[in-house]
Each structure stands twice: as structure tokens, then as C-alpha cells.
Design a protein. Structure first.
Length: 296
């Protein structure tokens, strides 16, 4: 897979995620954040399991053994995913979709920051202005110029840190194991089991709580988790983590477009400016490294 193809898969991932924010707020039935997260990631696990099994069998035949260290890494990736998803879901229940979209995008500048300062990974200079541009663009698009932090906002801010960590961990595990579908299945299973274990004791759900949540579970589980997260894992084998974070931030653009198409919510001038900044950041991180390489 080429770098361009991988980045196009990430754009598709962002489109699916962008359309899921509203579903996560209005289609969870009586379920709490933890159990809804567990249910949707279990659906995603079922979607990707057959493909992951085929890939794992192929790896076994090639004698490319996944070591215990990598299995542990996949489990930790799943725990990072669980933490990020639950914190975000709690926040979405207590803030607006616009604020949630903006504050979740804080992971965009966090990824190159963590990669450079913590992991000592070399980051192309274009990632820095692109990250800043995407962050500003998302802020403008959210319409949150008078943003005041509620309890929900703080939950989403906390989730952004773990989304940034998750982006880096997914890229590392998919590259080192050469088994992106296995990575996806394991992290989904860990996220679902962790949510079920914690949710039973904390939220004590009943069957009645699932009434009205089926559409949200199926949509967020099959599309957002089973398909989109798997595309993310596959694509990040061939796309640098900072690039991936910036491209995935375009989910805000697609959320706005989904609102326009399905809900008749038009875009203001400010939102169009914000969308343009995000797209500019995506193009910059995509084209500048290619231009430098061809010049060299």
C-alpha cells in the first residue's frame, strides 16, 4: 500500500467518525457511557474477527511469531482505547457536539508533541504548522468562540490525551507485528471486556436500558469501530502517526457535512473558514514531505 492510499483510507475513517458524534449523543438509549462503549466495541470485534483469524493463520504459516511482548502491547493499546472512548462518551453526554468535536481534536497537536518529546521520534517540520492550523480550524468550525469549560468539556479534554497515545500505539503495534487486523481485533476485545467488567459494577445496566440503543450500537459498532478503526490500523502501517492525526482531524469537516446533508444544518462563513484550514493542514502534511523528497 502506498502512502497516498493509506492517507485516503484515513480520510474515509474520518468521514465515518464525523458522522458518529450525533449518534453517540442521541442513540444510546438508557445505557451509560461505559456499557455503551463496551457494546459498540463488541460489535466491532465481531465484524473484524473473521478477517483477523485469517490473517493470524497466515502469520503462523509464515513462521512470523507474535511474541508475548507484542500481545501485551496490543492489550495495552486496547486499554488506551477503552480509556479514551469512555472519557469521550461521558463528555458527549454533558456537552455539545460542537464542543466535543473541538476538544477531541486536541489530540492532533499532542501526537507530534508526544512523538518528539517523549518517544524521541523525528517529526517532519510540516507537522507543526499543520497541527496548529487544524486545531485553529476545528476551533472555528465548532462555533465555540465563547467556549466555557463544563464538566463534559473536561472529560473530553482528558480523552484527547489518551486518543493521542492511542494513535501512536496503534501505529507502533501495526508496524511491528505486521498484523493490523489482529491488532484491531485484540484492542476491540480488550476494550469490550474492560467495559463490561467495569460497567456491570459501576452502572448496573438492565435489559430495559438497551431499549432505544440498538441503532446506536449497530451504527457505532459496525461502522465506527468495526470498519473505521480497522481502516485506521491498516492505514497507519504506511502513514506516519503525526500525519494520521492531522488527517483524522478532518472528522469535524465531515460531521458538519453530515449535518448539512441529513439535518439541513448549513455552514456559516466561520465554519467554511475552519474547514478550509483543516483541509489546508491535511494537504500540507501530505504534499510538503513529497516535494522535499522529490527535490532531494
Amino acid at each position: 500500500m502506498t502512502r497516498l492510499q493509506a492517507n485516503l483510507l484515513l480520510v474515509l475513517t474520518a468521514f465515518i467518525w464525523g458522522s458518529t458524534f450525533v449518534v453517540q449523543q442521541v442513540s444510546t438509549g438508557g445505557l451509560g457511557a461505559i456499557m455503551f462503549t463496551s457494546a459498540r466495541f463488541f460489535m466491532g470485534f465481531l465484524v473484524v474477527l473473521p478477517l483477523a483469524y485469517v490473517q493470524y493463520r497466515r502469520i503462523q504459516r509464515s513462521l512470523n511469531i507474535i511474541t508475548p511482548k507484542y500481545w501485551l502491547g496490543m492489550v495495552l493499546t486496547g486499554l488506551a482505547l477503552f480509556t479514551a472512548a469512555v472519557l469521550q462518551q461521558v463528555g458527549i453526554f454533558h456537552t455539545t457536539v460542537a464542543n466535543a468535536g473541538f476538544l477531541t481534536a486536541l489530540y492532533v497537536p499532542l501526537v507530534p508533541f508526544i512523538a518528539f518529546f517523549v518517544l524521541k521520534i523525528k517529526v517532519h517540520w510540516s507537522a507543526w504548522p499543520s497541527s496548529i492550523g487544524c486545531l485553529i480550524g476545528t476551533y472555528i468550525m465548532s462555533g465555540a468562540q465563547t467556549l466555557s469549560l463544563s464538566s463534559g468539556d473536561l472529560w473530553v479534554i482528558a480523552s484527547a490525551l489518551f486518543w493521542g497515545i492511542h494513535v501512536l500505539m496503534v501505529g507502533a503495534m501495526a508496524t511491528r507485528t505486521q498484523a493490523p487486523l489482529v491488532v484491531a481485533a485484540v484492542q476491540f476485545m480488550v476494550c469490550s471486556v474492560a467495559g463490561l467488567t467495569v460497567g456491570i459494577f459501576v452502572e448496573q445496566p438492565t435489559l430495559a436500558d438497551f431499549n432505544g440503543a440498538y441503532f446506536g450500537i449497530f451504527y457505532a459498532g459496525i461502522l465506527s469501530v468495526g470498519i473505521a478503526f480497522t481502516l485506521q490500523v491498516v492505514a497507519q502501517r504506511f502513514s506516519a502517526a503525526p500525519d494520521a492525526a492531522i488527517i483524522l482531524s478532518s472528522e469535524t469537516v465531515f460531521a458538519a457535512l453530515s449535518g448539512l446533508i441529513f439535518l439541513g444544518q448549513g455552514l456559516s462563513i466561520n465554519q467554511l473558514i475552519g474547514a478550509s484550514l483543516i483541509l489546508l493542514g491535511i494537504l500540507m502534511v501530505q504534499l510538503v514531505p513529497l516535494y522535499n523528497r522529490s527535490t532531494a
